[in-house]
Design a protein around this ligand. Structure first.
Ligand code: UT7
Length: 330
């Protein structure tokens, strides 16, 4: 069985920035509150007319260019998102066409903030099965399209962005690539973070629009408590399952929802701050894109190098939980 490894990474964020000071003009909030309670200073927002597939294509093109390969050689494309351009066709179809990835099949994966980790698990297994040689996993979300900029409890948190990785088989005997995963869902938490309308339960009506039901609704406190506990538990359990010591992990790359969730998880794991990637200050919570964006920063900052053990972890709406352990290949 071939082992799957990550061979390239591309990211894209729109140029436009929404700062905490901008938000002070929009809702009753303050730069101090947002920084202290979340760690966020600014987030990137896509201009009108730009959708999730546009950012996904940019990120994918960068990954392919980095690896120097043609789109036609891609076997599968998985787009992890909760903000598809439309219900159908899937964003994966739109991306496949725009890239010219003529040999690829694919689908959208809906797991909210855990989307990218679920995508990594899925891509790793497609490659490890021997049936796929090149799989693109894209995490992309245009959260600004489903955020109510009158709700201070959510509008300060989210931003837009995309990231893509290429997964390919490792060479025989190569000590690089996928080591293990832990994915869970706990649907009993579904009510705490959701977009209530627009699906088959509550299709769009004047009423659903008037009641602002096409936006993100969150009970932040409940999600916070669950995330703090599960980020730590998922990491701990995956390390145990794979027989890995926490001190051997070069860097933890967690989903970026709240700085306090990340530091609490790192503290409980016993990982020093310099081995945890935090970039929520610049991007906010970009849902499925946080982990690739943070991975790019880890590489740029020299925290993630060839041969390093990297632990990815996320908790999100659903509830969904995911952790992945990889030995970095380049
Ligand atoms: O990635 C998907 C998963 N999502 C998450 O992981 C998010 C998890 N939740 C959180 O990060 C935090 O719960 C929040 C950042 C959303 C909220 O922080 P908190 O420390 O839990 O605040 P809170 O909701 O308990 O609210 C405390 C106070 C409230 O005022 P009162 O009732 O005490 O008077 C809120 O109304 O802070 C108020 N508040 C704000 N004040 C200024 C809530 N949002 C804001 C705001 N600016 N933007």
């Amino acid at each position: 069985m071939p082992r799957a490894k990550i061979t390239a990474l591309g990211c894209h964020v729109p140029a436009g920035v929404l700062t905490n000071h901008d938000l002070e003009q929009m809702v009753d909030t303050s730069d101090e509150w947002i920084i202290e309670r979340t760690g966020i200073r600014e987030r990137h927002i896509a201009p009108e007319g730009i959708a999730t597939s546009d950012m996904a294509v940019e990120a994918a093109r960068e990954a392919l260019a980095q690896r120097g390969i043609e789109p036609a050689s891609i076997d599968a494309i998985i787009v992890c998102t909760v903000t598809p351009d439309m219900f159908f066709p899937s964003t994966a179809c739109l991306v496949q066409d725009r890239l010219g990835a003529k040999g690829a099949w694919g689908f959208d994966l809906v797991a909210a903030c855990s989307g990218f980790v679920y995508g990594l698990t899925t891509g790793a297994h497609l490659v490890a099965s021997g049936s796929h040689k090149r799989v693109l996993i894209i995490g992309a979300d245009t959260m600004s399209r489903i955020i109510n900029y009158k709700d201070r409890g959510t509008c300060v948190l989210f931003g837009d962005g995309a990231g893509a990785v290429l997964i390919e088989p490792a060479a025989e005997g190569e000590d690089a690539g996928f080591i293990g995963f832990l994915n869970e869902i706990d649907g009993s938490g579904g009510d705490y973070l959701k977009m209530p309308a627009g699906g088959s339960r509550l299709p769009a009506t004047h009423d659903t629009v008037d009641q602002a039901l096409h936006y993100v609704h969150q009970d932040g406190h409940q999600v916070f408590k669950y995330a703090v506990r599960k980020m730590h538990e998922a990491c701990r359990e995956l390390l145990e399952r794979t027989g890995t010591k926490v001190q051997d992990v070069a860097v933890l790359i967690p989903h970026q929802a709240n700085r306090r969730i990340i530091t609490a998880a790192a503290e409980r794991l016993g990982l020093p701050c310099d081995r945890v990637l935090i970039n929520i200050d610049r991007f906010g919570n970009t849902t499925a894109a946080t982990i690739p964006l943070a991975t790019q920063d880890a590489i740029t900052q020299g925290k993630l190098k060839k041969g390093d053990l990297v632990l990815f972890a996320a908790v999100g709406a659903g509830f969904t939980v995911g952790a992945n352990l990889w030995r970095w290949a380049y």
